[in-house]
Write a protein that binds this ligand. Sequence first.
Ligand code: ADP
Ligand code: MG
Ligand code: ZN
Length: 476
Amino acid sequence: MSRHETVIGLEIHAQLKTESKIFCSCSTRFGGEPNENTCPVCFGMPGVLPVLNKKAVEYGIKMALAVDCRINSRSIFARKNYFYPDLPKGYQISQYEEPLAEHGRISILSGDGEKVIGITRIHMEEDAGKSIHSSTENVSYVDLNRTGVPLLEIVSEPDMRTPREAVAYLKALRGILLYLEICDGNMEEGSFRCDANVSIRPRGQEEYGTRTEIKNMNSFRHVQKALEYEVGRQIDLVEDGEKVVQETRLFDVEKGVTRSMRGKEEAHDYRYFPDPDLTPLIIDPDWVEILRADLPELPIARQKRFVSDYSLPDADALVLTSEKDLADFFETAVAEYNQPKKICNWIMGELLGKLNERGLSISGAKITPGQLAALVRLVDEDKISGKIAKQVFVEVFDKGIDPEKVVEEKGLVQISDSSALEAVVDEVLGAHPDEVQRYKDGQKKLLGFFVGRIIKETKGQANPGVVNKIRSRKLG
Ligand code: ADP
Ligand code: MG
Ligand code: ZN
């Protein structure tokens, strides 16, 4: 074990799925023409006023409740001043001294059991625009479509001790956002982004070491790799008698290394002050209670229920409940055909495997829960063999056709009829008299050879149980 302990704290930005922006009525829709979804508020024109979007606040409160935060009945929007071409106002509206919510916690499971990670605060802010630097002309453009899209910033306590824990925390938070249906969680498109603060300290020391902050990681794998690299870099520095410098670093995906981007800015560099255009945000406790009563079942609770209701192993329940859509898929399939473990195995094996291979998420798949249930039933009722079922699955997955139909159209029904199979067995045995003799002389391992031939003759459709009975009657 290393004599250094790793300390990680994460700042997450989650884009909220509201129809309109946080301070104006522009659409939050993506993919339009540059600057299509903008107005004088987005451009920060003089004389226009921001108006807070109530839906964004509602989403913020839901998230805060889901991670056990205390909701502040009064919070303040502040101006965070900095210059950047994608920020025409010269400041970002955020919350600083009095955020929406504080003092929360979340349970994570990272292989070493359950662990609680503290949530320092959750605040609301607006997103900035986007600079586009042309690769052909010597020119840059600014697209303000994203300006004013509502964000939740979720700041953790420095409670994580390994990159793996950090990833487990991220997955848990993303899961909650998806269950609440307030963020689409797409890391590649930036609707769920994370800055990781990391430091090391000698084991047993209470005081934290100097931290660096890593940006630009747009997948769980990148977070893990960036953190692993950065921890190694800091340990090497310290072992060489040097010091870690507090700074912001970028993850270079190609090379798998972090690189210094800029010295760490301090809060006072931003000259935060309350935005005079926005009144304090006062939250009615009755409204909070209404939202609390309306919270859906959250991932951890659902996971525990999957273990108790369906007798699934912890690990399976964790995978199934990691995405709401996947958990819904499973439960719908089980409602059609009550074989939870078998359905779970198909989801964890074939279904997730294919989704992965095709780069799809469950919501983009053509196969329905009913079709998966029907497929499992076909195997259970001996209509098709397990081997053929995998073949049928691919058809159902790719085309969304009912498995019964695939089986019928392709003539894949399992052959369980004894007389038909007996003919095949006779044929195979008749064609290999030498092997039959050797088998009878004691070379019992030839059994696999015969069964293989019989199954092959029937294109995998022979019912293995029936084949075995006939074979043992004929061969012994
Ligand atoms: P800032 O807003 O300037 O980035 P904060 O104090 O809000 O600074 O902390 C940001 C994040 O850094 C939090 O998630 C916190 O847990 C984490 N953090 C603070 N100190 C350390 C440290 N020494 N090592 C690792 N993470 C840290
Ligand atoms: Mg920070
Ligand atoms: Zn606007």
